[in-house]
Design a binder for this molecule. Structure first.
Ligand code: ADP
Length: 596
């Protein structure tokens, strides 16, 4: 490999190319190796090693040059950064480099990882096997991000000023490479984590139940946070916990009951403080009570998890559950980006849980309403059926008795009974029809029905009444307008609307029925210039048993069920009904039905 001469600025171009050209791991690893090799050959050392600070707080040896045996032993070695502090404390400052004389190191050789098999030369400036010389690699913020150390000077002497300057130059370059390396790792983590978050947000936008949501979120979490297992527990608004756990090897990650309780408390506290908790032997500040931490660590050990992350999830002030992310022994600790992102995850998932809870609540309400509706219908139909038989008996006998010879008082009394019995019969008939058309399980017939003919028949039925009150009733439109549906039900639409128009008209008024067929609809408009309906009443018009407060309207007999029956029939036929009315001026009811 080409070694740059630190004295010659052009010699760095190779190196710059690697740095600026690509952010691949290979390129950066190569760059560090080029540097280490440069240190050996240009500054004249038998070994050069570069370490990088990992998010776990450990320095990892990532490049070793000069001596294959040293490389074999050192590469990949981890050393807590705290131990570096001991070296720094013992060190003499040689320019920007640090030198720890062998006397200071004596006694803690085991900490060093590798000691050369080396015989010092006979010179007062001789290099000793335990001497340490290193430079601190710093990022642009000035924080230590690694080290570059050298050993076995080729001339056997402690380096002079020229060589120290060369080394200083390499330390600066290595700092730049390591910073790029860390930047790249952070960037890669961020991309991976944002993808996971997006996935979860996407899942949360669907109308999922809590259990479905947890099921869907898991793969995204496993992938996004590079975990080996995850346990999610979310609370629904009835206070029940919903669990889901998943591991890459079918291991049960769910916490046992004793720890679940503790985890809930920790999650609530974590949510309140905006914190996630790391539970790992390496990580002493877990934020947990030491005894609880021991318990948690012991449990994690039994399920073969080396480090776990407890992430609270919630919305606003409310903690809605927690996530426990687990990694197996041998995996890395959680890095800073992951800790930050897991907080976002807690928030996103919290929002998703909140949505799912809202959705479930709505669905529950809907189901309850449906069940209640069904029950009401059932009750209504049973009661009205029970009424019908005795009522038929009463009406039959009334007819028989009315035909016989009666004194005036008895006849008057019987007339009252008869009128009331007929009113009751109308009510029973309407109620039975309403319960039939309100039942969503009843299919709608699909006959071809001529709506115009039905309108004419209804007008005909009302003709005596219309004539008695001098009403002008017109039907406008073609003789045949075909719609699809149930003939009996469609007949009720026409009869009810037309009889209302007649009923609620003033004597001498006008009623106009217009039928307009279009491509795929037929519009039926029933218009009168009668009493009209006050605006505040129009909203309730289609409700069951609604009757107007207008005294003029109340004089007319009625059950208040007619329009609600009409609306239900229109709806089950896939149509719409609207009303346009002004008190004292008249009303217009417009029905649109799908054409045949
Ligand atoms: P009812 O058996 O009382 O006629 P409906 O459900 O058919 O029951 O109508 C409900 C109420 O709406 C009526 O009581 C009446 O006050 C009002 N209404 C219905 N149609 C008209 C209309 N064409 N003009 C004025 N008021 C009407």
């Amino acid at each position: 490999m080409h070694e740059p001469d630190p004295a010659d600025p052009h010699a760095w171009s190779d190196f710059d190319r690697i740095l600026s050209g690509a952010w691949s791991k290979r390129a950066l690893d190569d760059a560090l190796l080029v540097l280490a090799e440069g240190v050996c050959s240009v500054a004249g050392f038998g070994v050069a090693a570069i370490t990088v600070l990992r998010d776990s707080g450990q320095l990892e040896v990532v490049a070793v040059a000069g001596d294959p045996a040293a490389e074999e032993t050192l590469r990949g070695q981890l050393r807590p950064v705290a131990e570096l502090d001991k070296d720094i404390a013992d060190a003499e400052e040689w320019g920007s480099l640090l030198f720890v004389p062998h006397e200071a190191v004596a006694g803690r050789e085991d900490d060093l990882g590798w000691v050369p098999d080396y015989t010092p030369v006979d010179d007062p400036r001789a290099w000793r096997p335990l001497d340490l010389l290193f430079g601190l690699l710093r990022d642009s913020a000035g924080d230590v991000v690694g080290t570059l150390s050298v050993d076995i000077p080729l001339d056997g002497l402690r380096p002079d000023a020229v060589r120290l300057r060369q080394l200083t130059r390499y330390v600066a370059q290595a700092s730049a490479v390591v910073e790029a390396l860390m930047e790249r790792d952070r960037f890669r983590d961020q991309v991976r984590l944002s993808e996971a978050t997006r996935e979860i947000v996407r899942a949360a936008n669907g109308e999922l139940s809590l259990d479905q949501l947890l099921e869907k979120a898991q793969p995204a979490i496993i992938k996004g946070l590079a975990t080996d297992g995850v346990w999610i527990q979310a609370f629904d608004d009835l206070g029940h916990g919903h669990d889901a756990f998943y591991s890459t090897d079918d291991r049960e990650i769910a916490l046992p009951p004793g720890l679940t309780e503790v985890a809930h408390q920790a999650a609530a506290a974590g949510w309140a403080n905006g914190q996630v908790l790391v539970i790992s032997k390496e990580h002493e500040q877990s934020g947990l009570d030491p005894a609880v931490r021991e318990l948690a660590l012991a449990y994690l050990h039994t399920i073969n998890v080396s480090t776990a992350l407890l992430v609270p999830m919630g919305v606003g002030d409310e903690c809605l559950g927690l996530l426990v992310l687990a990694r197996n022994p041998g995996s890395r600790e959680w890095n800073r980006a992951e800790l930050e992102r897991s907080k976002d995850l807690g928030r996103d998932l919290g929002q998703a849980v909140f949505n799912a809870r809202t959705f479930e609540r709505e669905r529950r309400l809907l189901e309850e309403t449906r069940a209640l509706d069904g029950y009401k219908n059932q009750l209504m139909s049973t009661i009205t059926h029970e009424f019908r038989a005795p009522l038929t008996g009463i009406l039959g006998y009334l007819e028989l008795v009315e035909d016989s010879d009666l004194d005036d008082e008895t006849r008057r009394a019987l007339n009252v009974v008869s009128r009331n019995a007929q009113r009751l019969e109308r009510l029973v008939v309407d109620l039975l029809l309403l319960s039939r058309v309100a039942d969503p399980r009843r299919p709608v017939a699909d006959s071809s029905v001529n709506l115009a003919a039905l309108a004419h028949e209804a007008v005909e039925t009302m003709s005596l009444e219309s004539a008695r009150r001098s009403l002008k009733v017109d039907v406008i439109g073609p003789e045949t307008t075909l719609v699809v549906g149930d003939p009996v039900e469609l007949d009720r639409i026409c009869t009810n609307l037309i009889s209302n128009a007649v009923k609620y008209s003033r004597d001498g008024g006008n009623v106009t029925i217009t039928l307009t067929p279009a491509d795929d609809t037929v519009t039926l408009v029933v218009q009168d210039d009668g009493l009209g309906i006050a605006e505040e009443e129009q909203e309730q018009l289609f409700g069951e048993f609604f009757r107007s407060a207008n005294p003029a309207a109340q004089q007319q007999p009625g059950t208040g069920l007619g329009l609600s029956i009409v609306q239900r029939i229109v709806q089950r036929h896939g149509g719409t009904i609207t009303v346009d009315s002004a008190l004292g001026e008249g009303s217009t009811f417009t029905v649109m039905l799908p054409a045949r």
